[in-house]
Design a protein around this ligand. Structure first.
Ligand code: ADP
Length: 492
């Protein structure tokens, strides 16, 4: 493995925006407070960012209301909204290098991942939803009597959007796309760990020509800015991505105003490898499905079920792959694994590794901090994991793979479903009917067959059970951003 910090092969981006965007104006927070955003690879402060709280959320919610009800956005033709979104997508593409570097700097992800995954998915998402803007419409309905009955799909209103730090730009795009296509306005609170790319995206949206107040961005902390957004009576909906425990708080906080809620939450996704699979492909897919993005994926394949007869072969190959991952400076093109996002995540992951060892799982790769600077954790593989262990039950959100052995189809289905989560699952087999039977039996919002983490703006994504409410991406997400109105007219 490489050492923690090597000379960079990419230039560091300039930090252009650190203020709040409210009603089209960049401004300091009402309190004047700021907070530091830290480079997780070096533990050094990148920039001080304006810290929004309830007073700023109030200003942003009012600006978003004004933009929703009057002015150019409220009266703009749907097709022109789509054109603005296309322009935003094109401008993001024009700034590809800078945005990828900024994402890597603030989040710690390898720049090669930001360039290969985050940026293309962000741009694609906005193009996809730009195409929807003028295709959102109702039905005519043949009701009884001499009536003309039809439905309209109207924009929901002011949308509060609270996003996490693991894919900062992509989470923003997934939420901006359907909201803007539907004609809503937005108050976004990025995660406190990674505010920089969302601010830069908002600056680019202003350049594209979005009217003031359509997109507002208020960085700040969850219990202050986030909670104020959830409780604000002038906000119609909260779209949240993050931990299920935070969603429980949000649901309680939103009860007073009965806000519409959509949640995309965590998981403990089963990745099932049958003995008849292409084992090398399954090993590569399992590595990607768990270690991608430093294991910081809500859909990480964190319960890896391997059929007993191929277990040892699979483990040997997986350990070799885990040990060959390249940790180090995210700006080095060779790096495949960067640091975890912050000290809290780093501590939590090392805590789970200790728990795994204590509870009797065998740590066959990694198991420690990597280097002595930055929040790097070695790619870790546990075998002999049983269903009751903490590492098999709880979301670790780090580079910790848990391998569980199984004997047959029914057993693995029961064990795969034995969780409160249901975000994603995968199966590796050459038997088509077995693949379909798994796809039908596993209670999860997404099932991948002989692949993992295949995302597309057109494919709905979201959770069964405690992994979420509603779907992001695809046509399905538009339902989260519209209200259905029924109009009935007498023809007598
Ligand atoms: P993580 O622990 O991975 O950071 P969280 O669910 O805590 O996940 O954070 C996801 C997002 O939710 C962040 O933007 C965070 O600031 C926000 N958040 C945290 N707590 C609250 C809360 N009580 N109300 C609203 N938003 C919150």
């Amino acid at each position: 493995m490489a050492t923690a910090l090597e000379p960079t092969t990419y230039t560091l981006p300039k930090i252009r925006q650190t203020q709040l965007l409210i009603g089209g104006k960049w401004q300091d927070s009402v309190s004047g407070k700021t907070f530091a955003t830290v480079n997780p690879a070096t533990e050094e402060v990148i920039a001080e960012v304006a810290e929004g709280d309830a007073a700023d959320i109030d200003l942003a919610a009012k600006a978003a209301r004004k933009a929703f009800e009057s002015g150019p956005w409220a009266t703009m033709d749907a097709r022109d909204r789509g054109k603005l979104m296309t322009k935003l997508a094109n401008l993001l593409e024009d700034n590809f290098d800078e945005l990828a570097a900024l994402e890597s700097l603030d989040n710690g992800k390898p720049i090669s991942d930001a360039r290969a995954a985050d940026l293309p998915l962000v741009i694609d998402c906005l193009h996809y939803y730009a195409g929807w803007a003028d295709k959102i419409h109702g039905d005519t309905i043949p009701i009884r009597g001499n009536h003309f009955c039809y439905t309209r799909r109207e924009p929901l209103g002011v949308c509060g959007q609270i996003i996490p730090w693991n894919f900062p730009m992509l989470m923003a795009a997934w939420k901006w796309g359907p909201a803007l296509a539907a004609g809503c306005t937005i108050v976004m609170k990025p995660a406190e760990q990674t505010p920089l790319t969302c601010l830069r995206m908002a600056e680019i949206a202003m350049e594209a020509g979005f009217p003031p107040g359509v997109i507002n961005v208020v960085p700040g902390y969850g219990p202050t800015a986030g909670a104020a957004l959830v409780k604000h009576p002038g906000v119609d909906k909260i779209a949240f991505t993050g931990e299920h425990r935070t969603a429980q708080i949000i649901m309680a906080d939103a009860a007073q105003t009965l806000k519409r809620l959509t949640f995309e939450l965590g998981g403990k996704s089963p990745n099932i490898v049958f003995a008849d699979a292409d084992i090398d492909a399954a090993v590569a897919g399992a590595e990607f499905g768990l270690f991608f993005n430093q294991g910081q994926c809500c859909c990480a394949g964190s319960r890896l079920f391997v059929e007993e007869s191929v277990h040892d072969e699979f483990v040997d190959k997986m350990v070799e792959r885990a040990n060959s991952r390249v940790l180090g400076n995210p700006f080095d093109a060779k790096t495949t694994q960067g640091p975890q996002v912050d000290q809290a995540q780093f501590d939590k992951i090392l805590g789970y590794i200790e728990k795994g060892k204590e509870q009797g799982a065998a740590c066959v790769a990694g198991g420690n901090r990597f280097g002595d600077k930055g929040y790097f954790v070695e790619p870790t593989v546990f075998t002999g994991v049983t269903d009751d262990m903490a590492i098999a039950q709880e979301e670790i959100f780090g580079p910790v793979m848990n391998i569980l052995s199984f004997k047959g189809f029914d057993e693995v289905v029961t064990r795969a479903n034995n969780t409160c989560f249901g975000l994603a699952a995968a199966v590796w087999t050459r038997d088509v009917s077995k693949a379909h039977r798994i796809a039908n039996s596993v209670r999860a919002g997404t099932v991948w067959v002989n692949c993992y983490d295949v995302f597309d703006a057109a494919a709905p994504f979201g959770g069964f059970k405690m992994s979420g409410i509603g779907r992001e991406c695809g046509e399905a997400a538009l339902a989260n951003y519209t209200e259905l109105k029924t109009v009935t007219m007498s023809l007598a």
